[in-house]
Design a protein around this ligand. Sequence first.
Ligand code: SAM
Length: 235
Amino acid sequence: IRLYVDHPLGVGQSVPLTREQAHYLFGVMRLAVGAPVALFNGRDGEWLAEVSEAGKRGGLLTCKEQTRPLQLPPDLWLLFAPIKKARTDFIVEKAAEMGAARIIPVQTDFTNSERIRQDRLQAHAIEAAEQCGGTFVPEVTELQKLDRLLADWPEGRQLMFCDEAEAGSALRLAAGEKGRPWAILIGPEGGFSDRERARLSGLPFAHVVSLGPRILRADTAAVAAMTVWQQALGD
Ligand code: SAM
C-alpha cells in the first residue's frame, strides 16, 4: 500500500492520518498495528512506515527508513485550456503520470470555462502520482490568463505550441534544445484565435509544432504532445 501524506517524512517521524486515510487503511484494507505502508509527500522521497495506532477516525504511522530518494521529473510544464470536467480531469491525471513538473490551466480567447476547481485537480494529480509510483507531485496552479503568462514568461524556458494549423512535424524540434526548461501549450476545443497565433508566432521562445494531419481532441493532443516531447527532448 502506497499513500500520499501532506506531512514531513524522516526517521522516527510520526505521521497522523486523516479520517479518509484511516478508513481506507483500517476499514477497507484491514491493516493492523505493525503493518507496513509506503509513504511519500512529494518532497522527501519514499519511506517505509509502520502502523503504530489504528482507529476508526484516525491513526498514526511511524516512519522507519527511506526506500527511494525524491526523483524530480524533467522541468516540463503543461499549459492547457480547460475543457469539459471529465476531460480536464483526464489531462491532469495523464500529465502527472507522464511526469509534468507543473500543470497550468490557461484561459485563452476560446476557453469555455471561466473557473476550475484547483483543489479537485490537485487531488487528481496526487492520486495519479500514488498510482504510478512517482515520488514527486506536480503542482496544479489556478487558472491563469495565457496573455499574462506569456508577458511574464521565464527567461530561457522554451514553449512547444501545438497547433493543428501547422504543417511541420514536432520532431523537427532541435535536439540542441534538450536539457532546457520547456512548456507545452494545448488549446481548447475551438483552437487558438488568429490574434493568439500571431502573438505566439512572434515570440522567440515559442516553437509551433504539428502532432500529425488529423485534428486531435484536446485531451488526446495533451498526451500525444507529452509523448513526442519525451521522445525528442526528454532525458
Ligand atoms: N480549432 C480546431 C477546430 O475546431 O477545428 C480544433 C482544436 S483541437 C480540438 C484542441 C487543441 O489540440 C488545439 O488547439 C491544439 O493545441 C491541439 N491539437 C489538436 N490536433 C492537433 C494537431 N494535429 N497538431 C497540433 N496540435 C493539435
